[in-house]
Design a binder for this molecule. Structure first.
Ligand SMILES: Cc1cc2nc3c(=O)[nH]c(=O)nc-3n(C[C@H](O)[C@H](O)[C@H](O)COP(=O)(O)O)c2cc1C
Length: 198
């Protein structure tokens, strides 16, 4: 199903075509494909080239590992994410070895993860990121160190028809994709004064 964005001006196809389904067909994402996605993340820009992102991955091929991650998701995410082909927990090193905070750590991890997601879409996969996760459970289950923040989990996989979802999620899956206008997010001169991009 194409859910191409209705953009106000043309943008690159891989960006316009990216969207986040909840419906996945249960096919596993293999290791070689996952390697491509992490390689894309690896080459993201980061402050001082520190590369603070750390990922915990489980393909559906490793069912026991996959289920350990599923168990740490919010219930409303578990119902659909259990059909993904792989799950990836995104963490970032938010302080250094001396405990000094690294305020850009989450920004850097977000940039790297955007690259991962776009590489996935360019390879015929889809992703849906989830903030609805149990971060304490993830920290305990996977021995995430104190100086790492658990940010999101990403469901990655091959999309299935929206009809495979529950009625509630089906309605959300087919709802129009909407965004704030540029005038609300790009200012010039003063805060709140829309930039003239015409
Ligand atoms: C940081 C973040 C957290 C999100 N958390 C959830 C979540 O817990 N459950 C869910 O179903 N979708 C979640 N989403 C998906 C967003 O709702 C989705 O990306 C947004 O509605 C825009 O849709 P699109 O990605 O198809 O353009 C999250 C996305 C991001 C980036």
């Amino acid at each position: 199903m194409s859910r191409k964005a209705e953009t106000s001006t043309p943008i690159n196809d891989v960006l316009a075509n990216r969207w986040s389904p909840r419906a996945y067909n249960g096919e596993a994402v293999d290791a070689a494909t996952l390697a491509k996605l992490f390689e894309a993340a690896r080459w993201a820009a980061s402050g001082f080239n520190r590369q603070p992102w750390r990922y915990l991955v489980a393909s559906r091929n490793e069912k026991a590992e996959f289920d350990r991650i599923v168990a740490c998701l919010g219930e409303f995410n578990q119902v659909w994410a259990k059909n993904a082909g792989a799950l990836v927990i995104v963490t970032t090193l938010s302080s250094d070895e001396d405990g000094k905070p690294k305020p850009m750590a989450k920004y850097n991890a977000g940039l790297a993860t955007a690259q991962l997601v776009l590489e996935a879409h360019a390879n015929g996969l889809h992703c849906r990121q989830m903030g609805g996760i149990n971060r304490d459970a993830i920290r305990a289950e996977f021995n995430v160190p104190e100086n790492a923040d658990v940010i999101v989990c990403i469901a990655i996989g091959y999309a299935a028809p929206a009809e495979t979802l529950s009625e509630r999620n089906y309605e959300k899956e087919i709802a129009p994709r909407v965004r704030k206008p540029l005038s609300e997010i790009v200012f010039s001169g003063d805060w709140g004064k829309a930039a003239d991009l015409s």
